[in-house]
Ligand binder design. Sequence first.
Ligand code: SAM
Length: 292
Amino acid sequence: MTRYWWSERIGPGFTHGYEIEPLFEQRTPFQRLLIFDNPQWGKGLVLDGIVQTTVGDEFVYHEMMTHVPILGRKEPTESVLIIGGGDGGVLREVLKYESVKRVVQVELDEAVIVACRKYIPEICGDWKDPRVELIIGDGAKYVREARERREKFDVIILDSTDPIGPAIVLFQRPFHEDLAACLTDTGVVVRQSGLPVTMPDVMPFIRKRFQDVFENVEVYLAPMPTYGGEIAFVAGSRNKEESINVPQRDYEGRYYNPSIHRASFCLPGWWKKLIEEYVDNGTIPIETPSYW
Ligand code: SAM
């Protein structure tokens, strides 16, 4: 296939340009999927025109989304629920823990898993691991039904797309109430919450949603160059004592280490102001991004 220049709109009047070799393209029942190769970032997955992951920086995101909640908990983590995460990067990191006995992953779009397994296997965890139950379906529906069954998880990781299309349901209040009910007493939920620099209302919005249902809410960050800057993660737990900002065990990843863990909870002044303004006024005094 021939190379061409492709770009992702990151913010108003701001794009990331990639010289890509398209490896695979598909219109799935839920989204437009593209797998590309790029000289700087290697292979990457794009959904509906938005870069989801690239081999060049995925480890930062997947390690921070997995090791911060698991190592921040005082108790060993035995059960994990992953919602979304079709590229398999979070699964790969979760399966590194011997304490983890059960992982349920609920991904809406099987085509994402099939394509990532075929074209970017180096990112994927092992869906054949006997601890893993893969469910192809809507994460909101799964959590609602799990609540009815009184099923609980120690860690829930929301690795979903941004609040557009099929992911919108994952931003609504009933979903958050179900989530809280599916956590063990010492459990933690973590979700990717966008880039404050280009989507300033997403992180404060999620933080507020979490505050409505969780006793303890924390925000941390990680640098993600292909996303356009620092991504925010919001974590929630049912109990004030369950802060995850201090690592309870040592682990050295490619990006993650105990000092990075601690440092990731130090937020820039303007992020703190963004949160205060959102919580105080209920709105963000910044132009709403066009997709929201
Ligand atoms: N790292 C990511 C990012 O940048 O947004 C997310 C990666 S992962 C590929 C996101 C996955 O969430 C997609 O595969 C998408 O199909 C899935 N997803 C979206 N809405 C969902 C829902 N309601 N239930 C379960 N999975 C969902």
